[in-house]
Ligand binder design. Structure first.
Ligand code: WT7
Length: 643
C-alpha cells in the first residue's frame, strides 16, 4: 500500500482515447454531479434506442429509485436490432472458441436470427413478460442467446454459474418460482465434462413450479430426458419462425436476477432493470474500455457472474463491439491457452481477475513469452484487490509496458464499474481503482457516517443513486433496505473498507462483513457454515477467509464435531466433498481445523475476527501480505459486527 509509482497514459494512447487527459475526465465528472438529469438524459438519448421517451430521468424515493420512468425500451433490441440498419450488421458480434478447439464467428445479423428463433421457442412454451427462466449452462454462444431471447420478451432471466451444485441450483429456482430451465447436457472444463443436466434433474425433484427444461446438446454424452418436461433445444427450434419482434418494455422492467452471497445463509437475488442498467453498461464500454469499433474485446470472466452479464453480454453488444467468449479452463491443454487465444484472434483488450493473473505468474513467463501479444492495447482487472506485484507483472509481461491497466471496482449490486480509471485520462497507481466514474459519489466514513481524513481507513459508501444500481432483492425489499441503506441512513453501504489518498484515489482494502472473496467470487461465511452444520458429524462451524497467494482468500473452517470417535483426516475430506455438493466445487474449503470449542461473545456470537487473526498471522506466504491490510479489515469488521 505504500507503492507510490504513478503511470501516466502515453501520448499515443491519449491521442485516440474517448476521454483525453485529466481535464476531459474532470469535465465529464463535474457535469454529472452538477447536472445529473441533463447528463444522463442526453446520454440515454444518444446511446440507447427507445420505443417511447421517458417522462423523468430519475425519481429517488430513498432507498428506491427509478430511472427513465415512463420510457419504453428493450435490452435485446439495443444489443441487436438497432445495429442491423448500420454496417455493423455484418460485424462479428461474438467470437467463440470451445475448449476442445472449435471456433464460431457470429455476426450481429446471425445473432439476431438465433435470438429470434429461441425467443419463439420460449413463446411456444407459453412463457411471457415477467416470467422467470433459469439459465444453467457452460460458456457457449447459446448462453447469451438464451439471455437475449428472454430479454426480447421481458422474461426475467437468472443465470446460475455452472459451477454451482444441484443443491444451490434448487434453492435459487425455488426463490424465483421459475417456470422453466434452460441448460445443456454438459459443459467442457479442463477436458472433463461437467454434467449440467444431471444436476438439473436432481434440483428439480423439489421444484414444482418448473414446467419445461430446454436442453442444448453440447457434449452429446447421453442424458436422461423426462417426457413432457424435457425438450432438446434443436427439436423445439425445428420449423420455428425467425421473426420475433422485441417487446416494448418499461425502462424499469426487471431484466435479470443474479444471486450473490450475503451475510446470512440465504443468497440474495439481486434485481437489475433495463434502461438505467443498459445505459451505464454501454457508457462504461467507452469510458473504461475505451472501445473502438475495430476492437476484439475479451472479458475472460464467466457469464454466470455479474462481470460476464455486463461486460461480456449487455455492455459490449449494446455498444456494437466484438466480444470474445472462451469456453474452458485457462490452463487447458497447457498454461498458454489464453496467450494462444490473444495471438490467434488479435485480441486488443483483456479484462481478467487478479486470481487468474497470479496463477499465470506461478506458471512462469515462458508461456506468455512464447506468443505474440502485440495486439493488446488495454488490460483490465476486476473482482478483488490486485496486489502491486501482480499489477507490475501484468503490466510488464502481458502489456509489455505499453498497455494501461484499468482496475475496476464494482459489485453485483452496482451493475457496472463505479471506481475505475478512464485509461486515456487518469494516471494509474498499481493497486488503486483510482477515481469515481461519472455520476458516482463515493466517500469513506466512520460508522456514524462521518467522513474520515485522507489516508484513513473507513467504510466505503456511495451517496447518490446511479442508473445501474440494483433496484431491490427479489421478493425482499425490506432486506434490500436493511442491508444497504439503513446502517448509515440514506447512503449506500458497499460492505468494503477503503481509504482515499491525498490525490483522491481510492484503495479498496476488502470486505468488512461476513463475505469472503475467493478467486474474485463472493462467498458467504454463513452460507458455508450452514452447509457444514448440515453434515451429520458437525456440531458447530465457523468459517473465515484466509489470505491466499493465488486466490486472494481461501476458505478456512473451524469445526467442532459431535461426540464420537472420529478420524479427523477422513472427516475433513468428507466435509470438503460435502461443501462441493451443497454449494459447488469452487467453495471447497482449503483448510479445516478441528476444535473443542469456538470463541464466542457473551451473547453467543462467534467471534470471527479472532479466527481471522488466527488464520492470518499463522501462515502467510509470499508477497500477498500487501494484498490487504488485514488488521484494518479485522478492526473495521469488529465494529461492524458489534454495532
Ligand atoms: C466485491 C464484489 C465486480 C464484479 C465481480 C465481483 C470486491 C470487486 C474489486 C477491485 C478490489 C474488488 C469488493 C466488492 N471487488 N472489484 N477492482 N478491487 N476489490 O462482484 O461478487 O459482487 O463482489 O468484490 O470487495 O465488494 P461481487
Amino acid at each position: 500500500m505504500t507503492d507510490t509509482s504513478v503511470y501516466a497514459p502515453s501520448a499515443e494512447f491519449v491521442k485516440h482515447a474517448h476521454v483525453k487527459g485529466m481535464e476531459g475526465y474532470r469535465a465529464l465528472y463535474q457535469r454529472s454531479l452538477d447536472h445529473p438529469e441533463e447528463f444522463w438524459g442526453e446520454l440515454a438519448e444518444k446511446e440507447l434506442f427507445w420505443f417511447e421517451k421517458w417522462s423523468s430521468v430519475f425519481e429517488w424515493h430513498p432507498p428506491f429509485v427509478k430511472w427513465f420512468a415512463g420510457g419504453k425500451t428493450n435490452a435485446a433490441y439495443n444489443c441487436l436490432d438497432r445495429h442491423l440498419t448500420t454496417p455493423r450488421k455484418n460485424k462479428v458480434a461474438i467470437v467463440w472458441e470451445g475448449e476442445p478447439g472449435e471456433q464460431r464467428l457470429i455476426s450481429y445479423q446471425e445473432l439476431h436470427r438465433l435470438v429470434c428463433r429461441f425467443a419463439n421457442v420460449l413463446k411456444g412454451r407459453g412463457l411471457k413478460t415477467g416470467d422467470r427462466v433459469i439459465i444453467y449452462m457452460g460458456m457457449v454462444p447459446e448462453l447469451p442467446v438464451a439471455m437475449l431471447a428472454c430479454a426480447r420478451l421481458g422474461i426475467i432471466h437468472s443465470v446460475i454459474f455452472g459451477g454451482f451444485s444441484a443443491e444451490a441450483l434448487k434453492t435459487r429456482i425455488q426463490d424465483l418460482n421459475a417456470q422453466a430451465v434452460v441448460t445443456a447436457d454438459g459443459a467442457w472444463r479442463r477436458g472433463k465434462e461437467v454434467r449440467l443436466k444431471d444436476a438439473v434433474d436432481e434440483a428439480l425433484e423439489e421444484c414444482p413450479t418448473v414446467r419445461d427444461v430446454i436442453v442444448l446438446r453440447r457434449t452429446a454424452s447421453g442424458v436422461s430426458m423426462q417426457p413432457g418436461r424435457d425438450h432438446w433445444w434443436h427439436d423445439l427450434e425445428e420449423g420455428i419462425s425467425e421473426q420475433c419482434p422485441a417487446e416494448s418494455l418499461s425502462s424499469e422492467q426487471p431484466l435479470y436476477v443474479l444471486y450473490t452471497s450475503g451475510t446470512t445463509g440465504r443468497p440474495k437475488g439481486i434485481v437489475h432493470t433495463t434502461g438505467g442498467y443498459l445505459l451505464q453498461a454501454v457508457t462504461g464500454m467507452k469510458w473504461v474500455f475505451d472501445l473502438r469499433d475495430e476492437d476484439i474485446y475479451w472479458c475472460a470472466a464467466d457469464i454466470g457472474w455479474v462481470t460476464g452479464h455486463t461486460y461480456i453480454v449487455y455492455g459490449p453488444l449494446a455498444a456494437g463491439a466484438t466480444t470474445m467468449i472462451y469456453e474452458g479452463a485457462p490452463d487447458f491443454p497447457q498454461p498458454d491457452r489464453w496467450w494462444r487465444l490473444i495471438e490467434k484472434y488479435r485480441v486488443n483488450t483483456l479484462y481478467a481477475s487478479p486470481t487468474a493473473i497470479r496463477a499465470f505468474i506461478r506458471h512462469g513467463d515462458q508461456w506468455p513469452n512464447g506468443h505474440d501479444l502485440s495486439s493488446l492495447r488495454l488490460l483490465g482487472s476486476v473482482g478483488e484487490p490486485i496486489n502491486p506485484a501482480a499489477w507490475e507483472w501484468y503490466h510488464r509481461v502481458i502489456g509489455k509496458e505499453r498497455c494501461p491497466i484499468v482496475d475496476t471496482w464494482w459489485q453485483t449490486e452496482t451493475g457496472s464499474t463505479m471506481i475505475a480509471p478512464m485509461p486515456g485520462a487518469v494516471p494509474l497507481k498499481p493497486g488503486s481503482g483510482t477515481l469515481p466514474m461519472p455520476g458516482v459519489v463515493p466517500d469513506i466514513v466512520d460508522l456514524h457516517g462521518k467522513p474520515v481524513a485522507a489516508n484513513q481507513e473507513g467504510f466505503l459508501i456511495i451517496r447518490r443513486p446511479w442508473p445501474g444500481i440494483a433496484r431491490t432483492i427479489w421478493g425482499d425489499p425490506e432486506r434490500y433496505k436493511q442491508q444497504y441503506w439503513d446502517r448509515i441512513p440514506g447512503v449506500y453501504m458497499t460492505g468494503d473498507a477503503a481509504r482515499r489518498d491525498e490525490d483522491g484515489y481510492y484503495w479498496i482494502l476488502g470486505r468488512v462483513d461476513d463475505v469472503m472473496n475467493v478467486s474474485g467470487h463472493r462467498l458467504s461465511t454463513m452460507e458455508l457454515e450452514s452447509a457444514l452444520v448440515r453434515h451429520p458429524a458437525v456440531a458447530e462451524a465457523a468459517v473465515v477467509g484466509k489470505p491466499h497467494e493465488i486466490t486472494g482468500q481461501a476458505v478456512a473452517c473451524f469445526v467442532t464435531l459431535k461426540r464420537g470417535d472420529w478420524n479427523h483426516e477422513e472427516v475433513a475430506e468428507d466435509l470438503r466433498k460435502w461443501v462441493a455438493k451443497e454449494i459447488g466445487g469452487f467453495a471447497r474449503p482449503e483448510q479445516i481445523r478441528f476444535t473443542d470449542a469456538l470463541p464466542k461473545t457473551r451473547s453467543g456470537k462467534i467471534m470471527r475476527r479472532l479466527l481471522r487473526e488466527i488464520v492470518t498471522t499463522n501462515a502467510v506466504t509470499g508477497d500477498v501480505t500487501t494484498l490487504e491490510d488485514l488488521s484494518v479489515v479485522t478492526r473495521l469488521a469488529a465494529q461492524h459486527e458489534e454495532d
